[in-house]
Design a binder for this molecule. Structure first.
Ligand SMILES: [Zn+2]
Ligand SMILES: [Zn+2]
Length: 290
């Protein structure tokens, strides 16, 4: 497993790679545009190619793009729904320009006209975005949510239902597990058995393994639907919970990305150090068991 962090790009994309290297990232996540705006100027092709070059030089990857928070593929408002899938297509195109392998997106809210049909509404939006973006090697990953309010996608069943509605487009789509969101949604990830069951049920419901992890500890107890990230080991998932993560996902090449509150560079240096330690302990444990 590779570990990395979500890195700000306000200082420039190539510079973000240098920052990522300096704090110990092996992989990284960025926004491809402001996450709180619908539209933005296209990426400067020269900046994007400098970013790709820098990543290749230092062996940084995979690069993950996180989409804007405004996207709501379950919206009952047809104009907002269309705006959402067009924005998702734009994110996929930007990811391609940046040489990113993966795009992670939240799905949005329940479809108010027919809550039971939310997965169909969302799948239609995802399919429209993929068609508009055109053929590409960039994979789109659907992220689980904390299940607050009417947000959709709090677990493997809901994400799997969307994937099932995709038909041929399904090949380009997978899932991303955010540990804080899953814990807040009621999967107590401080517990080893819950980790194993959750990884299994993603495989069963989605017919494919988890392809990326957002590794965030959780500031509130499990099941409270509160999405407040905490440093690794300082929240209610705890050090043992993240040790269980490395054991449950051992042998996979899954990128594990931190999305931490706090000051740079300390938050990233320290949390990457904690993850590195847990990963090494998990590997040592596995080799002793053989
Ligand atoms: Zn997210
Ligand atoms: Zn979150």
């Amino acid at each position: 497993m590779l570990i990395g962090a979500h890195v700000g790009v306000s200082g420039g994309y190539p510079q973000a790679v240098d920052y990522a290297v300096s704090v110990g990232c092996e992989c990284m996540q960025v926004f491809a545009k402001s996450p709180r705006q619908w539209s933005a100027r296209p990426l400067d092709p020269e900046v994007a190619s400098a970013f790709r070059r820098r990543c290749a030089e230092v062996g940084m990857g995979p690069v993950v793009v996180h989409t804007a928070y405004l996207i709501n593929l379950g919206s009952v408002d047809d104009a907002l729904w269309e705006r959402s899938w067009r924005a998702l297509a734009d994110e996929l195109a930007r990811a391609e320009t940046l040489g990113a392998a993966l795009v992670v997106t939240h799905l949005g809210t329940q479809f108010r006209a027919d809550p039971g049909g939310t997965h169909t509404r969302i799948a239609a939006g995802v399919a429209a975005a993929l068609r508009l973006a055109g053929p590409s090697d960039v994979r789109l990953l659907l992220e689980n949510t904390a299940g607050a309010g009417t947000t959709y996608g709090s677990g493997p069943e809901e994400l799997g239902a969307v994937l099932s509605g995709l038909g041929d487009d399904r090949e380009r789509v997978g899932v991303c597990l955010d540990t804080c969101h899953a814990h807040a949604a009621g999967y107590d990830l401080s517990d080893r058995q819950v980790w194993r069951d959750l990884v299994d049920s993603f495989e069963r419901c989605c017919d494919m393994p988890i392809e990326a992890v957002h590794a965030n500890d959780c500031a509130f107890p499990p099941g409270e639907h509160k999405d407040r990230h905490a440093w690794i080991g300082d929240g209610t998932i705890g050090k043992d919970g993240f040790a269980a993560m490395f054991d449950a996902l051992a042998g996979t090449g899954v990128p594990v990305i931190l999305e931490m509150p706090g000051e740079v560079p300390v938050k990233d240096e320290e949390n990457l150090r904690r993850l590195r330690e847990l990963r090494a302990a998990s590997a040592a444990h596995a080799s002793r068991a053989v």
